[in-house]
Ligand binder design. Structure first.
Ligand code: H79
Length: 432
């Protein structure tokens, strides 16, 4: 109980942004990438990677009919995995709208399924008590006024180059702002808006805040949804920092203060449904990534790519279920927890919630773990999963006889472990 509470009270976060308390508490969200690329089933950048002309890509639009779509199932899976919020692709770079937008004909209601697919999803996840986030692509490879640039497909094709001349960013911007207005008007309270992405520095005609008119867009967003959180990809230097498929070495700081950040990660390296993918992460690795993120003061937004019929594949389901089983027993070390001031030993991660310290043992050692600087600060230790007591030994003074197995440095605590690793993916010891 003597563990010093020195959790960052002040984050680098703009005053005019919404209150991020729920976000900092909840820590774990579900990302959903679902669009026409789910039919291609070979990565959501397929249009770019294979330089597919919009006219040809149109086959996916003509055949999009997710007849088994049941967002209540997805919401249940997310809830049981321990996720507290969802971020769904309203429109990805391909330009296809999942909702009944008045600004385009390229939308779900004009595919064979003939339905707004966003409304039932929002309803289903709200019903399970999850907060609602929208992913929205700033980039658009379908809109005829989006100026062709360094990451636009078909840029080497002569006919395309001709069609690409005279595109008007102002017209695209009107469309972009208009769609965002729809999304923030027609679906009730939206908790989080996740833009993707700015790339002014990436080469020919790369786009940033000036192109999107991010300041005006941001102003409109807060008029429509005063409590909403925004990510950092509008190129304004503020919002939730979103490292992509990358675990930062430590909490990112700015002006000497920690930033609010969220790792976004895939199950297999692809965001969209990817049938032949061989790069699936194990459940253990995914749980490790969640722990690692929270131990650095961040959130984890973990992605699924539902298929063209609107279902989740077996591999995704298994992983979410296994994460959920771990979370059922260990969420106390995740929700409301953050990084600790104490340095974790080798192959361990600390999280801290108030005066409670959580030691996550990623790799099971033989018999002991030495913790530095904690002598005299702990009164009890137990495994989280079964509340079984864990013995520990504290350094007292140098001249006192100490058992050789627990030879300690000043200030150290030695945790005494069972020889066999408990039967959970990653055991956690609660210290307080
Ligand atoms: O929606 C998911 C991805 O499709 C999207 N963001 C997540 C959430 C995304 N993927 N990649 N990126 C954002 C940034 C991409 C950068 C690169 Fe490139 C594309 C690196 C290599 C190809 C652009 C073209 C920059 C260099 C070459």
């Amino acid at each position: 109980t003597e563990i010093n509470e020195k959790i960052h009270s002040e984050y680098e976060w703009p005053d005019h942004y919404g209150n991020p308390d729920w976000f900092l508490h909840d820590r774990f969200g579900l990302f959903i990438h679902w669009g026409l690329y789910s039919l291609a089933a070979r990565h959501e950048w397929v249009m770019n990677r294979e330089q597919i002309h919009p006219d040809h890509y149109n086959k996916y639009f003509k055949h999009f009919e997710p007849d088994l779509y049941d967002p209540a199932k997805w919401a249940k899976v997310a809830k049981e995995a321990g996720m507290k919020y969802v971020v769904v692709t309203t429109k990805h770079h391909e330009g296809f709208a999942l909702w009944d937008s008045n600004y385009t004909e390229y939308k779900a209601t004009n595919t064979p399924i003939r339905k707004d697919l966003l409304a039932p999803l929002v309803e289903a996840f709200r019903k399970e008590g999850l907060k609602i986030g929208f992913y929205h692509s700033l980039i658009d490879w379908y809109h005829p006024e989006f100026p062709v640039d360094c990451i636009h497909p078909q840029r080497e094709d002569e006919a395309f180059k001709l069609a690409a001349s005279g595109r008007d960013m102002a017209k695209y911007r009107e469309f972009l702002h208009g769609q965002v207005r729809e999304l923030l008007t027609n679906y009730g309270k939206i908790d989080y808006l996740w833009f993707d992405f700015s790339y002014e520095d990436r080469g020919f005609n790369g786009k940033g805040a000036k192109d999107w008119q991010s300041e005006e867009l941001e102003k409109m967003i807060f008029e429509l949804q005063p409590d909403i959180l925004l990510n950092d990809r509008l190129d304004l230097g503020r919002g939730v920092t979103t490292p992509e498929q990358y675990q930062p070495k430590s909490n990112v700081q700015k002006n000497g203060k920690p930033l609010i950040w969220e790792a976004c990660q895939t199950l297999n390296g692809s965001w969209g449904y990817d049938r032949d993918n061989l790069n699936w992460k194990s459940s253990e690795l995914l749980i490790t990534m969640l722990i690692d993120t929270v131990s650095k003061g961040g959130n984890l937004l973990l992605n699924i790519g539902p298929n063209g019929r609107g279902e989740l594949d077996e591999k995704s389901l298994t992983r979410l279920q296994e994460i959920g089983e771990w979370m059922r027993l260990h969420s106390r070390s995740i929700y409301g927890a953050t990084e600790s001031q104490y340095k974790a030993p080798l192959d361990c991660r600390f999280t801290q919630r108030g005066n409670r310290l959580y030691l996550h043992v990623l790799h099971w050692p033989f018999r002991t773990i030495h913790l530095t600087g904690l002598a005299g600060k702990i009164s009890y230790a137990q495994f989280l999963h079964d509340a079984s007591e864990v013995f520990f030994h504290e350094y007292e003074k140098p001249d006192v006889f100490q058992h050789t197995a627990f030879k300690m440095e000043p200030g150290e605590v030695v945790i005494e472990l069972p020889t066999t690793k408990p039967n959970v993916v990653i055991p956690v010891i609660e210290l307080y």
